[in-house]
Write a protein of this length. Structure first.
Length: 402
């Protein structure tokens, strides 16, 4: 490990590949004790990332707060160069709070500087020199005030800025479903944000159709506000299963939508992650499962050569296959969301539409998979990384707004 700042990509890659994080954490704690004051800030920020990776989220946020109180700015130097300096506007939070830009520029000639901002962390008097700024703050209930503030800041920012904050603010599940409701080629269930009291009404016998205009009743999908990666997600098949769910989930608000059965003829569910960079689609991954709730890590991709072979074909023929079939839908999503960088988690309906689960700017797009098992992944992800770097250079060549 370095003596300065390792960052998310380096630490998550170790965790992803099965490294024992405990010795790394012990080393970070020991080093933090030897470096007083602001010198300990990058070590503490690394430690907070590691704690999140180990699932100790409350402690991780506390350690992160200590680091950011000491220092708001952290730089990951370019491997060579740099050819471009990228400044990311960040917000405190868990590992899904910001666009994980580190994976997109890792081991490249791009210098990445992270600037953390919040109501208690205002802009510093001096901002590092940079060529392009990127709003990495992800959409959440807690980030909305910061996104509103940034929407005013970027109007007068002296360098080009990617990912307009006011457009990131529209990435809540209910707003995305509204914006894409009549998009050509898109299937997206109407998502409703409701209170716990309303949800309890369903659990005592109310019909979900009274709230969801596109649902006739159960099954419905329920998840807490700001939930990602399947945390707290359930398919409620009736009032009893919904009541059982509420007994163990005490959150005050939820998103509810009708369930769409997207299984194929072979009974398997296929979920895709697609990246839109300046409107151009790129394959990120594909997972297959016999269960409707798929995430790449629970899809059994590592254990199944057959599943990996199908993912390899998906990537090899992406431009002429998936992207061609859904060209109209992907174009509509880009036009309506209006973001320079966007990630779509999606599937295909039996009638050939693009079934959209989530649209956001903070999903992980990476090349962490071991190349011996996934030899097709690295070449595909290099296309994504090259496209992102090309976007940065095109943006840097634009005239400054002021």
């Amino acid at each position: 490990m370095s003596s300065e700042f390792n960052g998310l990509a380096a630490l998550m890659t170790q965790a992803f590949r099965g490294a024992d994080l405990t010795p790394i954490g012990n080393e970070l704690i020991e080093r933090a004790g030897k470096h007083p004051g602001a010198e300990s800030a990058p070590i503490l920020l690394d430690l907070s990332i590691l704690l999140h990776l180990k699932g100790n989220h409350d402690i991780a946020l506390s350690v992160q707060a200590q680091a950011l109180k000491l220092r708001q700015i952290y730089t990951l130097p370019a491997r060579t160069g740099p050819s471009l300096r990228l400044l990311a506007f960040m917000t405190p939070g868990d590992l899904s709070a910001n666009t994980p830009l580190e994976f997109l520029v890792q081991d490249s000639d791009i210098e990445l500087t992270l600037l953390y901002l919040s109501p208690t962390l205002p802009f510093p008097q001096q901002v590092p020199e940079h060529d392009v700024a990127f709003v990495a703050v992800g959409e959440s209930e807690s980030s909305q005030p910061l996104l509103r503030a940034l929407s005013e800041v970027v109007k007068i920012w002296p360098r080009p800025v990617l990912n307009a904050p006011e457009r990131i603010a529209r990435l809540s599940r209910n707003e995305v479903s509204r914006l894409l409701a009549d998009a050509p080629g898109v299937a997206i269930p109407h998502a409703v944000r409701i209170s716990r009291e309303q949800l309890q009404g369903f659990a005592t016998g109310d019909n979900p159709a009274s709230l969801l205009p596109d649902a006739s009743g159960y099954p419905i999908i329920v998840r807490p506000l700001d939930s990602h990666a399947g945390k707290g997600l359930i398919k409620a098949d009736g009032a009893e299963s919904l009541a059982n769910y509420l007994e163990v989930h005490s959150e005050p608000e939820f998103f509810v939508a009708r369930f769409v059965d997207y299984s194929a003829g072979d009974g398997l569910f296929r979920k895709y992650r697609v990246v839109l960079i300046d409107g151009q689609p790129y394959a990120s991954h594909m997972a297959l499962s016999d269960h409707w709730m798929i995430h790449y890590l629970n899809g059994g991709m590592t254990e199944s050569p057959e599943k990996r072979a199908e993912e390899a074909l998906f990537m090899e023929h992406f431009e002429t296959g998936f992207a061609s079939r859904h060209q109209q839908a992907l174009h509509a999503i880009h036009e309506r969301m209006g973001l320079d960088y966007l990630v779509i988690d999606c599937a295909e309906t039996p009638d050939g539409k693009l079934l959209v689960f989530e649209v956001d700017s903070s999903a992980v797009v990476h090349a962490m998979d071991p190349e011996d098992l996934f030899p097709y992944k690295r070449p595909q992800m290099e296309k994504v990384f090259a496209a992102f770097k090309a976007l940065l250079h095109r943006t840097a060549s634009r005239p400054c707004p002021t």
